[in-house]
Design a protein around this ligand. Sequence first.
Ligand code: OGA
Ligand code: MN
Length: 283
Amino acid sequence: MTFDVRPLSPGIGVEIVGVGISPLDDPGEVARLRAAWLDSGILLLRNLGEVTPAQFIAFARQFGEPEHHDQVQFTLDGYPTIALVSNIEREGRPIGATRAGRNWHSDSQYLRTPPSASLLYASVVPPDGGDTLFANTVAAHDALPAARQRALQSMRVTYSRVRAYARSHPDRPPLTAREIANLPDVSHPLVRTHPETGRRALYVGGVQHGPRVDGMDVQAGDALLDELRSHATRDAFAYRHRWRAGDLIMWDNRSTLHCATPFDESRFDRLMLRIQLAGTVPA
Ligand code: OGA
Ligand code: MN
C-alpha cells in the first residue's frame, strides 16, 4: 500500500491520505508513516467513519505502548487505555474530561515520564468551535538566535499540580492530603532533546501545570515562559484543526504544544476518544 503525505500548514502537521484505521501490513510503511509524523509533529487521518475502541488501540500500538489513563473516571468502560474528552453527561455526571486542555500545553508535563504521543479520535463534534490548535516547538526553537538557544539550554522548569490546582479547577473540591502526596513536583529541562530525532524543542507549555523556572525570580520566570510560549505559538509555527467526525490526530508531545478552544456546550455535544503512548524522561 502507498499513501500520500500532504502538509497541513507551512509550520506543522501532515495529513496522510490512503491510510485507514487498520494497522499497516508492511513494517516499512509503518516506518515511513512514523518518519512523516516525527518530521512534522502531528499526523491527521480523515474520514475514518466509526472506529471501535479495539481498532483505535490497534492503530495506536503501531506507534508505541498505550498507557493506562490516570483519571479512571474518564476512561471508557472495559478500556483503561482509552479516555473520553467530552461535555456529554450521563445520569447528571460528565462521561469524560470536560474543557480539557484549554491552555497551550504538552500532555502531562507534570509527570516525570510524560507520554510521547497522544491520539484523539473525533466521534461527535460541534458544528462550530471546539477546534484544537497545534504548534511546532522544534521550529520555534530553531528560529531563536543561537545565543538565545545557548542561554536557554541549561534552564529547568518545575511543575506543581498542587500549586496549579485551585486555579485550574475552581469547580472541584480542594485536594486532600492524600491526593497532595500523590502529586509530587517535577522538574524538566526548558529545552528538551527529542529522543528519536535528536532535535531540540522548547518545552514551555502548561500554565495549568503550575510551571516555575528554577533559580529565577517567580515574576521574571513567568515572563520568560510567557514570552517563549507566545513565540512558539505564533502563526508561522501553528495549525488550527477544525474537527470533523471521523478525524484522528496523533501529536508528538516532545515537539509540539496544543490547545483546546471553546464551543457552545449548552447547545452542542463533543465526544473525543483519546489514547496516550508511553514516553521517556525528558532530557
Ligand atoms: C487532550 C487535549 C484538546 C481538545 O486530549 O490532551 O488537550 O481539543 N485535547 O480536546
Ligand atoms: Mn492535551
